[in-house]
Ligand binder design. Structure first.
Ligand SMILES: Cc1ncc(COP(=O)(O)O)c(C=O)c1O
Length: 388
């Protein structure tokens, strides 16, 4: 076995690096989940998450991965046979669509080239054409983690409004929450889907839904079978700070600490930090003369950058070199872009020198793997970081 000294660089776009403060908070002894100390902590965490989602409304946390929170959004609001409008922005949009189909929903799944986000004009057109108002929900991924493309949620909201369509609006913020500007209330989102292991800097294991009044009303007529994911028992137990079943106490301790960290930094500063690291990364990629998968600068992701390798070069072989030589994990290409792209995660608990180390590992890896490129990517990023 090769001995690796120093720390591992976890530069996949989630799970992200967990801060020491969060790890320490999680190592506290588990407490009685029916006692007053738990209730105080749960109420604080629920309120803190509301602030991150920018909502004053209902919010639930599940002991689940993000996939559970996807399923919860659908089963609480819809009925078998309902129609849904979704856009195939990448691998994660496809996975959410497949959950909907397996639940008996009919999805109009708009294709893209996986290099662009959701086109607001298509949403407006599809909804305008739906004169009988059969589409019950529009469900999109804010930041498509497989491609590094961020859809313009506020503009999509406007498109729905222009069509005067009553569909619910559901948004997956799994790799954007606490990294990229997002406003549940202001943008009229009905269900926000999130989870712990990305911008929230907590290990995997918590899923969340922020829920509008309209989405809550939809639960009254929704006929999809639901039990574990049912919002109602959760919201009712949450009122006093409790859960309807045994909660993931120690993950909640971690979340309580990470929310404090985000509050200390200030959400606007968190977004600016992510934007700056993303821009530095793109400058490095351009200097290497490699291609960024995202083609629309308005849709560049602040949480990750997906980089295309030249034809004939395998991104997984390159990633293996980087892992073996430099003890750094980069994100792989998923599904249709497997082997074609690698992804640099620059979200969560991250700083300038971590980015400098990450980009250095990439540049040396390109050399070692024999990927044609121009030198100077790291330098381009450093120059930007030093002046900005
Ligand atoms: C945008 C997006 N949605 C959904 C998921 C699925 O979340 P999980 O793997 O936690 O179930 C992921 C996972 O990376 C994601 O990036």
């Amino acid at each position: 076995m090769d001995i690796m000294t120093g720390r591992h660089f976890l530069q996949i776009p989630g799970p992200t690096n967990v801060p020491e403060r969060v790890l320490r908070a999680m190592s506290k002894p588990t407490i009685d989940h029916r006692g007053p100390e738990f209730a105080r902590m749960a109420l604080e965490v629920l309120e803190g998450l509301r602030q991150i989602c920018r909502t004053t409304g209902s919010l639930v946390i599940y002991p689940s991965s993000g996939t559970g929170a996807w399923e919860a959004a659908l089963v609480n609001t819809l009925s078998p046979g309902d129609r849904l409008l979704m856009v195939e922005t990448g691998h994660f949009a496809k996975l959410w669509q497949s959950i909907a189909v397996r639940h008996g929903l009919h999805v109009d799944f708009v294709p893209t080239d996986w290099r662009h986000g959701v086109d607001p004009a298509i949403i407006e057109e599809k909804l305008t054409l739906d004169r009988e108002r059969k589409i019950k929900a529009v469900a999109i991924v804010h930041n498509e983690t497989s491609t590094g493309v961020t859809s313009r949620v506020a503009e999509i909201r406007k498109a729905i409004d222009k069509a005067s369509h009553p569909a619910l609006f559901m948004v997956d913020t799994i790799s954007s929450l606490a990294s990229i500007d997002y406003r549940h209330d202001e943008w009229g989102i009905d269900v926000t889907v999130g989870c712990s292991q990305k911008g929230l800097m907590v290990p995997p294991g918590l899923g969340l839904n922020a829920i509008s009044v309209k989405a809550l009303a939809a639960t009254k007529t929704a006929r999809m079978t639901r039990s574990y994911w049912d919002w109602e028992p959760m919201l009712s137990a949450n009122k006093a700070g409790f859960f309807p079943y045994t909660p993931p106490t120690n993950l909640l301790f971690g979340l309580q600490e990470s929310l404090k960290m985000l509050q200390e930094e200030g959400l606007e500063n968190v977004f600016t930090r992510h934007k700056r690291h993303a821009e530095a990364t793109r400058r490095a990629v351009r200097a290497w003369a490699l291609e960024i998968l995202c083609q629309n600068p308005l849709e560049y992701s602040s949480s990750l950058t997906a980089v295309l390798l030249p034809e004939g070069h395998n991104a997984d072989a390159f990633r293996k070199v980087v892992l073996d030589r430099f003890n750094m994990s980069l994100g792989n290409g998923l599904d249709k872009v497997q082997g074609k792209v690698f992804r640099i995660g620059h979200l969560g608990y991250f700083n300038d020198l971590m980015l400098a180390g990450t980009l250095s590992g990439v540049e040396m890896g390109l050399d070692l793997a024999g990927v044609p490129h121009t030198k100077g990517g790291v330098m381009a990023a450093l120059e930007y970081l030093a002046q900005k």
